[in-house]
Write a protein that binds this ligand. Structure first.
Ligand code: SAM
Length: 212
């Protein structure tokens, strides 16, 4: 994602009730944050937040946490949430490599990864959000019957991700290389910003669901 230096983005994050700016700023439990024990679904690398905000609006009995590394990107989602004030939606500005610092063992019911950065160089493979190293992190925070759902238009990243699912000892519950022509997996699909852009360009969208 191209980054712009958005003035005041960091300041807005620090003072906003819906955003945690760093893992070490979080002293509450998720029960204290949301005031209920509803399931927790997270999106890692949420960008401007269209996907997670839509889900939070549609599913008030699920708590959603969006994770994004950059304030300048997250700002758009925060502005929208300031208008909508959805009680079941929060954001954390952080690098997902520290995800186990903000969720306890089996605290998360579902993890969404949408159009994750491909990190094309081999030496950066472990930074990909679908690498074995990341699945090992997800293994700690995701409930035993939880799912990881991943969408991308990047074929190389999709091939890599399928290998890594198996390498990490997980299995594929479902997969498609043409989501928008797969009636079963398309049901209930919420388009992300990148999904809209790439499907308009004619790129097929790949999706996998990984479970243990
Ligand atoms: N998910 C959105 C979508 O589908 O429209 C945005 C996709 S964009 C290509 C990837 C996003 O993931 C960027 O906003 C980037 O800053 C974020 N990101 C990449 N690596 C991350 C990490 N390790 N931790 C948190 N966010 C990350």
């Amino acid at each position: 994602m191209r980054l712009r230096n958005v003035p005041k983005a960091r300041e807005v994050m620090v003072t906003n009730e819906y955003v945690f700016t760093e893992p070490n700023n979080m002293c509450n439990t998720w029960f204290e944050v949301f005031g209920n024990h509803n399931p927790i679904h997270i999106e890692i690398g949420m960008g401007k937040g269209k996907f997670i905000s839509t889900l939070a609006h549609t599913n008030p009995n699920i708590n959603y946490v969006g994770i994004e590394k950059y304030s300048s990107v997250l700002l758009r989602a925060v502005e929208k949430q300031n208008e909508l004030q959805l009680p079941n939606l929060r954001f954390i500005r952080m690098d997902a490599e520290n995800i186990c610092e903000v969720f306890g063992k089996y605290e998360v019911n579902r993890i969404y990864l949408n159009f994750s950065d491909p990190w094309p160089k081999d030496r950066h493979a472990k930074r990909r959000l679908t690498s074995k190293q990341y699945f090992d992190r997800y293994n700690k925070i995701l409930k035993p019957d939880g799912k990881v759902e991943f969408k991308t238009d990047n074929i190389s990243l999709f091939d890599f991700s399928i290998e890594q699912v198996k390498e990490a000892g997980w299995r594929l519950e479902a997969q498609t290389r043409d989501l928008h022509n797969n009636a079963v997996l398309l049901e209930g699909n919420v388009m992300t910003e990148y999904e809209e852009r790439f499907s308009l360009q004619g790129n097929p969208i790949c999706k996998l669901i990984a479970v243990r």
